[in-house]
Design a protein around this ligand. Structure first.
Ligand code: FEO
Length: 137
């Protein structure tokens, strides 16, 4: 079962960024599936590692795009990224220390909520800036 279904309201009208966001939610859905099916700790740790790596990659690419367009709110946006990476790193460390199922539950709830809110509020702000200034990325 998917806990996140892509909807056009999450689109920032940049195909590559939308594809990154879809991939992030695919990974979170996979974490939820593993948890639902009683997967072993190693499988959960592996997929949390994948989420951490892909989130780092996405944030890095998104920040490059914001630099390219001289986005004025980049500093506060980057701070949100840093905070989420810190949270995921904390989860990853907890998972490796024997709390894999607990972390999977947290990610299926707090992780999804954070991603949805970040896309719908913070990411959407650069979309509006791009549209208001007729920029192409
Ligand atoms: Fe798409 Fe700011 O993360």
């Amino acid at each position: 079962m998917a806990i996140f279904e892509w909807d056009n309201k999450y689109s920032v009208n940049i195909a590559i960024i939308d594809s990154h966001h879809k991939k992030l939610f695919d990974i979170v859905n996979n974490i939820y599936d593993l948890m639902e099916h009683g997967a072993d700790d190693d499988s959960i740790i592996k997929i949390i590692s994948e989420l951490l790596d892909y989130t780092n990659y996405h944030f890095s690419e998104e920040e490059k795009m914001m630099e390219k367009i001289n986005y004025p709110d980049i500093s506060s946006h980057k701070r949100e990224h840093v905070d989420f990476i810190a949270l995921l790193t904390e989860y990853f460390d907890s998972a490796k220390n024997g709390k894999a199922i607990f972390v999977a539950v947290k990610l299926s709830d707090a992780g999804v909520t954070w991603l949805k809110n970040h896309i719908l509020t913070t990411d959407t702000k650069y979309q509006k800036y791009i549209a208001a200034n007729n920029l192409t990325v």
